[in-house]
Design a protein around this ligand. Sequence first.
Ligand SMILES: [Zn+2]
Length: 489
Amino acid sequence: MRRVESDITAPRAPASASGEPSGTTRGHGLLPGAGGITVTPAARSRGAAKPSGTSGHCGGASGRTVEDRAPSDLIYDWNELEPRSCSLEPPAVVELNDETLRDGLQCPSVRQPSLREKQEFLRQLPTIGIGAADIGYAGASAAAFDDVVELAKTIGEAHLAIRPNCAGRTHVHDIDPIADAQQRSGVAIDAALFIGSSPIRQWVEGWSVSALVQTIEKAVSYAVHAGLEVMFVTEDTTRARREDIATMYLAAAGAGATRFCISDTVGQATPGGVQQVVHFLSGVLDDHGFGQAAIDWHGHRDRGLDVMNALAALAAGAKRVHGCALGIGERVGNTALDLVLVNVALLGWKNVDLLNLPTYCRLASEMTGVPIPRNYPVVGEDAFTTSTGVHAAAVAKAYDKGDAWLADRVYSAVPASLVGRHQEISIGPMSGKSNVLYWLRAHGFDPTPERMGAVLEAAKHASHVLDDAEATRIAESAVPARGEKGLLV
Ligand SMILES: [Zn+2]
């Protein structure tokens, strides 16, 4: 395989379980060698490039301290741009890229799944409308590379409707393994090549934009010549300057990248900011003859805005959004792809069958050891359970009308049937007669006044919602009414 020039052939840094794939947190090897000129954020903001001494190394530029500059020199805040609004116009296209097997496994609390577990998880994706997946960081280790090859083979042999991709730095040592995996598996694998972009990152690493551009051009053209389709990714795009974003993405487009990913690497963006940056990049690409290129959105959930931001990105013109099952991922996680799916389905943006969504989430939980909280939306154990009297009364009345559609929606924004579940009514201190009546009937008991009274009395004095075993015991011990024939069958 052809090798590129020395400026992207520095020693490989293995991926780690902290930060984005490890190369991103190490300045070494990503940039041209020492001796260049670094344009510091402060100098750039004044429009004057100044030599900063040694470049291409991490640890801060030129010995100057961060106190020398204002926060706005280091962090460009797209959230502050006017208008600070978010439109949810239905998008023409909604595509999804699952990152569970790469970014998801960078969650600090996961256990690494076996290949068999990864394969089983991968097979679920097309059943719920996910058409692309990051199948790993091929350059991280020999074991990671082997898994990537096997997962790509799984996709090919089972004819899964999944377009795989692998993350890698703009570095030959990460590009070569992706090309090798594509060759060995016989399955096309997109190279998702990433590089830092924000001024705060440039400052910490001592990077210059001109050096970044050189690296991008060489790495992307190297990957293209190696037969890879390239998705160009900038990290921390949502805190990067407009001019830097334009320069870096146009360099990648000129070198042959066909897909462009905006990353909210630290979970900074608000929905308005998301739409600002998506509109900006789309305009830049359009103005320079790359208007047909696809834009991806890759978000994190540090501010809890992950799902809304993904929807905002789609509405602004991003064709594909990335995420992980259950939002598992780096730090507090990535965009929860399962909840994006639920929302695009409910908004009518994507016609998709979600009956297998609970299985997708369960497998993600089992293979990583990350539990699903009981109160997790849609797939959590409590998602469709109410013990509150007023709510239960409404659901029970709807069922009494013989209308399951009504019962599934009268107190639920997300119908349980969307994911193959049903509404449940439990009995607890906040319950009323409706809960008890519904529960007794649902569990085969004749709702005699004595039984109703005994269960309701016990529930009112309980410190918690009764589980089925407790409620059953109370119902069975209640004195039967005269003439009762016992349990209903
Ligand atoms: Zn990420």
